[in-house]
Design a protein around this ligand. Structure first.
Ligand code: NAD
Length: 492
């Protein structure tokens, strides 16, 4: 019998009011049932939001350093459970164990960073134009906030939204992706054990429509969303109708540029990690590769050799270098893009289909796939695939490479491999992205650094770092007049 997991509302584990559940299986072995989860309804979301509203005032009154200390306790619990959390993540999402552990540790770093922010919820003091007047700003929480998360980082993203929201004094309703709810169940248990008071952190599972209530409900003061453009843009419109704060981090189509003078060891390893790490299921994955003519042959022969040798399999097997796609619909989507690549005339160099044989038949595996001669009008150049598929093209010069890299609706991240400082600086200046890397893969982020994209990728503030905390606060500007008499100096 599969284990049944419940929603967490007002400090209690409860079943959905609709009484329905759904099953999640291990994408590397679909006979392995991860668990049964609540198919929550809008009524469940309303209950969670009401609990968060009732808990808001007392939580906002807790001094911020004390809220931070609860996060510190959560850090301790995460450190103690990191292997179990990584195994859970590997089992429900499919990424290989060492990447899963890396994600858990990234979440830990984020939690540590925001625990410390409890001591630094800073405002400013500034001079006033009026005499004997003290002016300052103070950061205050928003109220109930909704956090809606995707499946590809089912641990780090809930942490990077929940930790700043909590330390700033908000109360939360969090919904993980219905594909990957178990890591978030474990995060909820950790917050509960760390001493987050009842009603402050509420959690429910289920598909999209529950999320809609989390945006439309009049008690919700802000929405932080990470996921696809179709859903993010709809959430942005719903939030705009209510005039509430919204942050949407969405898709990417990230380019890596390799110049003639690149250090090939670095470039081959970096593009490989960027394209096939986490089975290409990262918003920051390298999905376009732009090579200048002089490096192309040398780069591709080494790169393809490496790609053809990838061991695909269950992420818990230490020999596995690339795990499965998260579920069958996603796998079919990736395979459809591969077929479009072939049909539109791109030249298939390796991969190109479902990975089969032996244990692979029990899961959702796709071969690492590389297409050359991809042109900017092709679908695989323009759309986010979210799988282990790399589209390659050739550039005449740095300017041409930059033009090709910027030829995208998205603007999350990018990379250039070169030994020439001047080329690196020109690229950094000209690339239209929220993040960029020199001699370093397109992937990655750190707790103290702002994370997010421009163009169609991002709406609203950056996440992580102090910027991620600022999103969950309102600024109040305070004027204190200590002249003791009416002032006439400032009528502006
Ligand atoms: P998705 O948009 O399908 O789902 C994201 C979340 O939204 C899920 O919890 C889903 O249940 C919920 N949802 C679906 N319909 C909804 C609705 N109508 N109202 C409210 N909520 C709704 O995205 P996904 O497939 O889970 O995630 C993959 C996408 O996430 C990719 O495009 C990837 O690039 C993006 N992503 C972006 C970043 C970033 O920081 N830019 C990070 C990770 C993933």
């Amino acid at each position: 019998m599969a284990e049944v997991y419940k929603n967490f509302i007002n400090g209690q584990w409860v079943e959905s009011s609709g009484g329905e559940r759904y099953t999640v299986v291990n994408p590397a072995n679909t006979a392995d049932v991860v668990g049964e989860f609540q198919r929550s309804t809008a009524a469940d979301a309303r209950r969670a939001i009401a609990a968060a509203q009732a808990a808001y005032k007392p939580w906002a009154a807790v001094p911020a350093p004390a809220r931070g200390r609860i996060l510190l306790k959560a850090c301790q619990l995460i450190a103690e459970r990191k292997e179990d959390l990584a195994r859970t993540l590997c089992r429900e999402e499919g990424k290989i164990y060492r990447e899963a552990l890396g994600e858990i540790l990234k979440g830990l770093a984020l939690m540590e960073f925001y625990a410390g922010e409890g001591f630094r919820l800073e405002g400013k003091t500034l001079p006033s134009e009026m005499p004997s007047t003290f002016v300052y700003t103070v950061r205050q929480p928003l109220g109930v906030v909704s956090l809606i998360c995707p499946w590809n980082f089912p641990w780090a993203i809930p942490v990077w939204k929940a930790a700043p929201a909590l330390v700033a004094g908000n109360t939360i309703v969090l919904k993980p992706s219905d594909f990957t709810p178990l890591t978030a169940v474990k995060l909820t248990q950790i917050f509960d054990e760390a001493g987050v008071p009842k009603g402050v952190f509420n959690f429910l599972t289920g598909p999209g429509p529950v999320g809609e209530e989390m945006v439309r409900n009049p008690l919700v003061k802000a929405v932080s969303f990470t996921g696809s453009n179709a859903v993010g843009e709809a959430i942005n419109r719903m939030a705009a109708e209510r005039g509430i704060k919204v942050c949407c981090e969405m898709g990417g189509k990230n380019a890596a540029v390799v110049m003639d003078d690149a250090n090939l060891d670095l470039a081959v390893a970096g593009v490989f990690t960027g394209a096939f790490g986490s089975t290409g299921q990262r918003c920051t994955a390298t999905s376009r590769l732009i090579l200048t003519r002089g490096v192309k042959e040398r780069f591709m022969s080494r790169f393809l050799e490496k790609a053809r040798q990838i061991q695909i399999g269950d992420g818990m097997d230490p020999a596995t270098a690339m795990g499965p796609i998260v579920n069958e619909p996603q796998m079919k989507r990736v395979l459809l893009y591969i077929e479009k690549g072939k049909a539109e005339g791109a030249r298939l160099l390796t991969g190109g289909g479902r990975a089969r044989g032996g244990k692979l038949d029990g899961g959702w595996f796709v071969e690492p796939t590389v297409f050359d001669d991809v042109t900017p009008s092709m679908t695989i150049w323009r759309e986010e695939i979210f799988g282990p598929v790399l589209a390659v093209t050739t550039a005449q010069s740095l300017e041409d490479a930059l033009r090709l890299a910027n030829d995208s609706a998205f603007g999350l991240t990018s990379a250039i491999y070169t030994e020439n400082v001047s080329d690196a600086m020109k690229f950094v200046e000209g690339i239209e992205c929220g993040m960029t890397h020199v001699n370093n893969p397109t992937i990655g982020g750190e707790a103290q650094l702002p994370f997010g994209g421009v163009k169609a990728t991002g709406i609203g503030d950056r996440e992580m770092a102090q910027e991620g905390l600022n999103f969950f606060t309102e600024l109040k500007t305070v004027f204190i007049d200590f002249t003791g008499k009416p002032q006439t100096g400032n009528l502006r």
